[in-house]
Design a protein around this ligand. Structure first.
Ligand code: FMN
Length: 197
């Protein structure tokens, strides 16, 4: 008999139409994490990947806050998530808050969010290579995070990433399994070669 996990994997594991790198063909965003910690050397590698992300004028307009489970910082960051995100992310061993630096000594940076997204995907794909899955969350109370961390106006808290080893779906709560049984569609028409304009 096919296990719940296999059923979910069948729905979520990418089925690329053309060969792509492993980190892309394995990546998807689970809503179930094992509480196994991520060792410090892996954390360092994951942020190193973000560090080498390309950015407009090399301004590197990103800053990350890492919170490990069972710390006061984690509890506080977790408390800013909306109830749906709290319902599935509560076992993730780390939460990463990704912030955009929207102005610096060179003035306002119109590319800050573009570059922040690139740095987050670099970090996620590096984590994937190390066997950790991630799910990004935009639904959190940004004002509360701003106040908790006393962020300056030029720093915008933008995404919280839940990361860790994937959990055991065979013993997962029904609600989470129901979420994951939703298909993961991809559009097929995303580029056109321009022969003439
Ligand atoms: C900007 C952004 C915001 C997101 N916010 C949430 C969120 O608040 N809660 C959630 O469960 N997933 C969130 N996601 C995850 C997406 O729903 C998920 O990436 C998408 O459904 C595609 O699935 P995949 O990552 O498995 O390919 C977010 C993803 C992105 C990129």
């Amino acid at each position: 008999m096919i296990s719940t996990f296999d059923k979910i994997l069948k729905i979520h594991r990418p089925r690329p139409r053309h060969p792509v790198i492993d980190q892309i063909s394995k990546r998807w965003s689970p809503r179930l994490y094992s509480d196994k910690t991520i060792p410090g050397n892996d954390i360092d590698t994951i942020f190193e990947a973000a560090r080498w992300t390309p950015s407009g004028h090399n301004r590197q307009p990103w800053y990350f806050y890492l919170a490990k489970k069972n710390t006061g910082a984690y509890q506080k960051l977790f408390s800013t998530l909306d109830p749906y995100n709290q319902s599935w992310s509560k076992t993730a061993p780390v939460l990463i808050l990704a912030c955009a630096i929207i102005s610096d000594q060179d003035g306002d940076n119109p590319y800050a969010f573009y570059d922040l997204g690139a740095s987050v995907i670099s970090l996620i794909l590096q984590a994937q290579e190390l066997g950790y899955f991630s799910r990004q969350m935009a639904l959190f109370d940004k004002q509360k995070v701003r106040a908790l961390l006393r962020l300056r106006d030029d720093i915008v808290p933008y995404i919280i990433v839940a990361m860790g080893k994937i959990g055991n779906y065979d013993t997962a709560p029904k609600q989470i399994i129901d979420y994951e049984l939703n298909p993961r569609p991809r559009k097929t028409d995303l580029f056109k070669e321009m022969k003439t304009l």
